[in-house]
Design a protein around this ligand. Structure first.
Ligand code: PEP
Length: 231
């Protein structure tokens, strides 16, 4: 199966001009470009090969929800993938219940939900049995799910944006565990770059990478894409 690279730009870049330049540099087949909301419409027009993603969504279709964004609106904009439950959003107060509703809403609208799970450092320090328990809890609502429109992103919180990637063996172990709960593809995220991507991508349990910081550098992302194509 072809490995996928999901470029989560987060709240970057600030200008549309820079966003267009970056999107052109990362417009590869099997890449998903996930820009900030205001650039979605423009980036959709720029992309010829990559798919478009969004960084969040609300669980209702329409109504009096100031500041929220409907999954139906995203679908109409050409969004295919929606990242849901990123640890940076959980830190802002998103609960497992809200996240489950968002996943269902995204799938009902015809998008692919990329559901993020992962443990904090305090849990990792207690060992893999505790990690499994923690992730099992995050996934309990999705038990036995096998939707073709769901991807799980295993993103240990302590590895995100820290430069401390997980050990690829540990990531593959957790990916296997996740796949014993939900029968869907699992990608890894957390401080990946062109130097370590191959160690994750060669694992058969790992379907691709969710890339944060490194996706803000077109050359770096291209190198990662070349590795993804080769493995
Ligand atoms: C992320 O935010 O999903 C992520 C994986 O970030 P980074 O690659 O910068 O660790």
């Amino acid at each position: 199966m072809k490995k996928i690279l999901i470029a989560n730009w987060k709240m970057n870049p600030v200008s549309e001009k820079e966003a267009i330049k970056l999107a052109r540099a990362e417009d590869f087949r099997n890449a998903v470009i996930v820009p900030p909301f205001p650039f979605l419409g423009t980036i959709k027009k720029v992309l010829k090969n990559a798919s478009l993603g969004a960084q969040n969504v609300f669980y209702e279709e329409r109504g009096a929800y100031t500041g929220e964004i409907s999954p139906v609106m995203l679908k109409k904009l050409g969004v295919k993938y929606i990242i849901i439950g990123h640890s940076e959003r959980r830190a802002l107060g998103e609960s497992d219940i809200m996240i489950a509703r968002k996943v269902n809403a995204a799938i009902s609208a015809g998008c692919v939900a990329v559901l993020c799970v992962g443990e904090p450092l305090s849990v990792r320090k207690k060992g893999s049995a505790e990690v499994k328990k923690y992730i099992g809890r995050q996934l309990r609502i999705f038990k036995n799910s096998k939707s073709k429109d769901l991807i799980i992103a295993y993103e240990p919180i302590w590895a995100i944006g820290t430069g401390k990637n997980a050990n690829p063996e540990d990531a593959a172990y957790v990916a296997r565990y996740i796949r014993s709960i939900v029968r869907v593809p699992v990608v890894y995220g957390g401080s990946t770059n062109s130097k370590n991507a191959e160690y994750f991508l060669i694992k058969k349990e790992i379907a691709g990478l969710l890339v944060g910081g490194a996706s803000l550098n077109g050359k770096e992302f291209r190198k990662m894409m070349e590795i993804a194509k080769r493995v």
